[in-house]
Design a protein around this ligand. Structure first.
Ligand code: TXA
Ligand code: MG
Length: 349
């Protein structure tokens, strides 16, 4: 299959391009499209075969449910058993935006879309192209991140092409994703609302809106006994091809240790990448350094994380050392993804 990338300007959406993409979706085909978080690989969420195609194109285990993207509240009410008051509170504050809600599904959403679960993940994105595409489709687009399973999520159309070339027909290119990390997932089917995946909407923001909010114990636990409730969170994920290690500790010690290990690896003929903050990037004496952004603005770091990991892939490095980033606010989501990308290899210095 030939994979075409078509540019689409979010401020002046080409209606012909949009109609063509909408038709593909209505006919059970797949279209990759931009959202404010990461690029999604879309298919009609009401069509079991379309969902199966998504799993196949990504090489994704079929027990890992998809997020259903909608453009208005009526669409939510039409696919869930009931809409709890917390859903209205969160929707009012954070939709359209980078928040996904887990609710009990009704019969309209096929089990193929939810990986066999009785619950469904729903998100109303704010990206203009995403919203227009949902409206041009059946109103329900199932979309995981548009990467091959296990790879860093795509924040640009070119990343999607890297992973899915030949596997899908159309990629809508609406420019770089402004957030760069996948949505926060909140489970509203438990007694207490529970965060299953941290993201741009932070725990503090959710608590301010709802009062008590928990974090899924499976997210924090290091041992395999506590399984994360979002099936996708149990897989190794977001990983670059090279072995990635996080070095954590006081800044001078981190720089010293990364310099030492980098030189050691270089002397054995390996290529080494270093993922550093803007503040420390000039202190590395060898290896290829990529600056992820200044520590004072976590949002910039979030936006550059996946692209930086893909850059190291393109450079063909064998090993990557990364500094650690603060785990407060959006930093919690950044560290969650970085730790998974590193397969939890952390060196304390
Ligand atoms: O920002 C995002 O959420 C992006 C864009 C494209 O919208 N999508 C995305 O989808 O990140 P994906 O498939 O890469 O991640 C979906 C996560 C997985 O960890 C999956 O297990 C979890 O959501 N999930 C989906 N439905 C669920 C459900 N019913 N119960 C628990 N977890 C669910
Ligand atoms: Mg994903």
């Amino acid at each position: 299959m030939n994979t075409e990338i078509v540019k689409i300007d979010p401020r002046a959406i080409d209606q012909k391009v949009l109609a063509r993409a909408g038709e593909i979706l209505k006919n059970g085909g797949l279209v990759a499209f931009p959202t404010e978080t990461v690029y999604g690989l879309g298919g009609d969420a009401l069509n079991a075969q379309a969902s199966q195609k998504i799993y196949r194109a990504k090489g994704r285990p079929s027990d890992n449910p998809l997020i259903v993207h909608i453009a208005d509240m009526e669409s939510l009410e039409a696919i869930v058993e009931r809409t709890p008051p917390e859903a209205y509170v969160l929707a009012e504050r954070f939709w359209p935006g980078p928040l996904t809600l887990i609710l009990k599904k009704n019969g309209r959403i096929p089990y193929e879309t939810t990986g066999g679960l009785d619950t469904v993940a729903v998100r109303m994105p704010s990206d203009a192209v995403a919203r227009a595409l949902i409206k041009a489709s059946t109103g329900y687009i199932a979309a995981p991140s548009a990467n091959l399973s296990g790879r860093p999520s795509p924040t640009e159309a070119a990343h999607v092409k890297e992973d899915l070339d030949g596997r899908i027909g159309l990629i809508l290119d609406g420019g770089a994703a402004c957030i760069g990390l996948e949505s926060t997932i909140v489970d509203l089917t438990e007694d207490v609302p529970t965060v299953l995946r941290p993201g741009y909407i932070t725990l503090e923001m959710l608590r301010e809106a709802l009062g008590e909010v928990r974090i899924d114990p499976g997210l924090i636990a290091d041992d395999a006994k506590e399984r994360p409730k979002a099936p996708g969170m149990k897989y190794r994920h977001y990983a670059p091809r090279a072995n990635l290690k996080i070095v954590e500790g006081e800044s001078d010690a981190v720089v010293r240790e990364i310099n030492r290990q980098t030189k050691e690896l270089l002397s054995h003929g390996a290529q080494v990448g270093i993922l550093a903050a803007e503040e420390t990037k000039l202190r590395y004496e060898a290896g290829t350094v990529i600056s992820i952004g200044a520590r004072e603005d976590e949002r910039v770091i979030a936006r550059h994380l996946y692209g930086s990991l893909r850059e190291f892939d393109a450079l063909g490095v064998d090993a990557i050392f990364s500094e650690s980033f603060s785990a407060a606010g959006v930093g919690q989501a950044i560290m969650n993804r970085l730790l998974k990308a590193a397969g939890h290899q952390v060196l304390e210095v």
